[in-house]
Design a protein around this ligand. Structure first.
Ligand SMILES: O=C(O)CCC(=O)C(=O)O
Length: 285
């Protein structure tokens, strides 16, 4: 298969994703595809979103909960669903390279439902550990994220953190998050033996991860480094329903597909100890 980049240049699929990456995705619930977008493209997206951010406010802008007067997120709130009003975001969300990688990872093409831009300026809080499927409520199946690094990211500037293997868990019941560290106020608890691991990325890399995977990020502790990321959320092609917030739903060719609306409130999992090992037990919500 052959894909095209933003300038219409052809790229062979073998340059995009390897068998090992697909195996990693199934084993761990995530996989990084290195250098999927070029340095020129990264610079173009970065300039575009900085310009949009400085130019005004948009529907769904969010700086999160407990905003203090000096909170850097006040100046750089997260943008959401830009593909509904910004053509570059729409083109990125259904980019051939993303389509190709996700089809390889999932075994079929996904539908596209959301874009988000996190600016995460120096000093900004992170986002507490969570599972995306808690919000999207895809039925049957789950969702998937494509997390595109617009800056090099590491522990100092608050890279994404994931808990490998948690994509096999059901949706966990949420608890209160520490809002001095997180701009969202809910999180999922982890047993002692599970720890998040940092995903170190270069600008241009894309992390793909399963919607059940527990992930989040810690604050940006640098004094001068943004940690910008362009994020797409997708649902697996056999899904019949997704939460109302994510409609309209697009095929990867940009045409709309009609699916049902899933309602909230099903059972969720809590950690209990069984023979000295933490296991998840479902309880009514
Ligand atoms: O980029 C981050 O810090 C968090 C993003 C995230 O958790 C998400 O896209 O679901």
């Amino acid at each position: 298969m052959v894909s095209r980049d933003l300038q219409g240049k052809f790229i062979k699929s073998t340059q995009l994703i390897e068998g090992n990456t697909i195996n990693d995705y199934h084993r761990d619930g995530f996989a990084v595809v290195r250098g999927l977008f070029s340095a020129e493209e990264v610079a173009h997206y970065r300039d575009h979103y900085m310009h949009l951010r400085h130019a005004g406010t948009y529907p769904g802008d969010s700086a999160g909960v407990d905003i203090g007067s000096a909170d850097p997120l006040k100046k750089y709130p997260r943008m959401i669903h830009m593909h509904r009003w910004d053509d570059l975001s729409l083109k990125w969300m259904i980019d051939d390279r993303l389509r190709h990688c996700m089809a390889a990872l999932l075994g079929r093409e996904p539908y596209a439902v959301q874009t988000m831009l996190y600016f995460k300026p120096p000093g900004a809080r992170g986002q507490a550990l969570h599972q995306d499927q808690y919000y999207l409520k895809v039925q049957p199946g789950t969702c998937m994220a494509a997390w595109f690094a617009l800056d090099a990211c590491d522990e100092e500037n608050g890279c994404l953190q994931v808990v490998p293997g948690t994509h096999t868990l059901p949706i966990l019941c949420t608890t209160e998050a520490d809002t001095t560290q997180s701009f969202t106020d809910v999180t999922v608890p982890l047993p002692e033996n599970m720890k998040p691991v940092p995903i170190i990325m270069e600008a241009g890399d894309v992390l793909f991860f399963n919607g059940q995977l527990i992930h989040g990020s810690f604050p940006n502790t640098s004094t001068d480094r943004f940690r910008r990321a362009l994020i797409g959320h997708y649902i697996v092609g056999e899904a019949e329903k997704v939460a109302r917030f994510y409609h309209p739903i697009l095929r990867m060719d940009g045409t709309e597909v009609t699916l049902g609306v899933s309602e909230g409130g099903g059972a969720c999992g809590v950690w209990v100890e069984q023979d000295g090992t933490p296991v998840v037990e479902m309880q009514a919500n």
